[in-house]
Design a protein around this ligand. Structure first.
Ligand code: SF4
Ligand code: MG
Length: 316
């Protein structure tokens, strides 16, 4: 695998010493070479924290993170920088992710320079062409480009140094719907051409279904269910995954299940519930066991789900 996380945990201290937030609570996740894994969940589920840890922007508090077989959870700044050639990130807000004072050719050449690769203008023109932009864009500044064009520049920068893994954090959610499809198709074409693995973060299950062969469903910093995308969409086993799936725009109307509407807001991450983290909103909560005992990860297909309904006793 290009990415293997085990027990990955990240705690943020609240300002003024008012306690801590556990943004990630023991995440296990694997991304094989060339594979695309989707990460879905509501805001506050820890998706962006995980993205930022994998991209080397922040460090985990505990747990193991192996990138290309090397442990990086406690790696030095220098070792992380060396790895940054292999792991690149695409951001949600394409314009904000570009330096407004740099012409586009400098932004795209930046990862090449950083890693001592030739950063000739011809290479920048080739990268622009790969993401569907004309060569003249090299001379422009971000404010002269549309949001979709800025994201194409962000993608050119991400692929410039030939990464093995791209972390895409909501790469199309800030774009117009018509542009979203173009950018998704571009990412898919590049992925198939380059064989780059993706950790693809989205709140949009339709997008994940289009792009990813595997998916992990995050809730309050824990993976509730994971597995092959088709399996998780067709037969979600965790009640939270079932609710997310039922609320997604119908892709196949004939198979439409009735919508499960969750009551209440997600609990505050600084004050997570005891037992099953989903028990305060779960429509099929069994009883005190859900409030008191944290469910184990039970194997489902080639993945798992964390729910007491899946215990062997309940399954009988
Ligand atoms: Fe619902 Fe209990 Fe399963 Fe949690 S463990 S998802 S509360 S049934
Ligand atoms: Mg986010």
């Amino acid at each position: 695998p290009v990415l293997a996380a085990a027990g990955l945990t990240r705690t943020f201290r609240l300002r003024g010493g008012q306690g801590e937030v556990q943004a990630l609570r023991g995440v296990d996740l694997t991304v094989d070479a060339g594979a695309s894994v989707g990460l879905v969940g509501e805001s506050g589920s820890g998706k962006s924290t995980l993205a930022r840890i994998v991209a080397g922007l922040i460090r985990p508090t505990a747990g193991s993170l192996r990138l290309l077989g090397r442990e990086v959870a406690d790696a030095s700044e220098r070792r992380r920088r060396a790895l940054s050639r292999d792991v690149q990130m695409i951001f949600q807000d394409p314009r904000a992710s570009l330096n407004p004072r740099l012409p586009i050719h400098r932004t795209i050449a930046e990862p090449l320079r950083t890693h001592g690769l030739p950063a000739r203008r011809a290479e920048v023109a080739r990268l622009l062409d790969r993401v569907g932009l004309p060569a003249r864009v090299a001379e422009l500044y971000p404010h002269q480009l549309s949001g979709g064009q800025c994201q194409r520049v962000g993608i050119a920068r991400a692929i410039a140094a030939g990464p093995r893994l791209i972390v895409a954090d909501e790469p199309v959610s800030a774009l117009d719907v018509s542009v979203q499809a173009q950018i998704l198709n571009l990412l898919k074409d590049l992925r198939d051409e380059l064989g780059t693995a993706f950790l693809f973060i989205s709140h949009d299950l339709g997008v994940v279904r289009f792009f990813c062969e595997r998916v992990a469903v995050l809730y309050l910093g824990q993976v509730m269910e994971s597995g092959a995308t088709e399996r998780v969409f067709a037969t979600p086993r965790h009640p939270y995954a079932q609710a997310l799936e039922s609320a997604a725009p119908a892709v196949r109307l004939a198979e439409r299940r009735s919508r499960i509407v969750l009551q209440g807001d997600p609990p505050r991450p600084e004050d997570p519930p005891s037992g099953c983290p989903f028990h305060t909103r779960c429509p099929v909560r069994i009883g005190p066991v859900c409030d008191e005992v944290e469910p184990a990860a039970y194997p489902v297909g080639d993945g798992f789900a964390r729910c007491h309904l899946l215990t062997p006793e309940e399954g009988r």
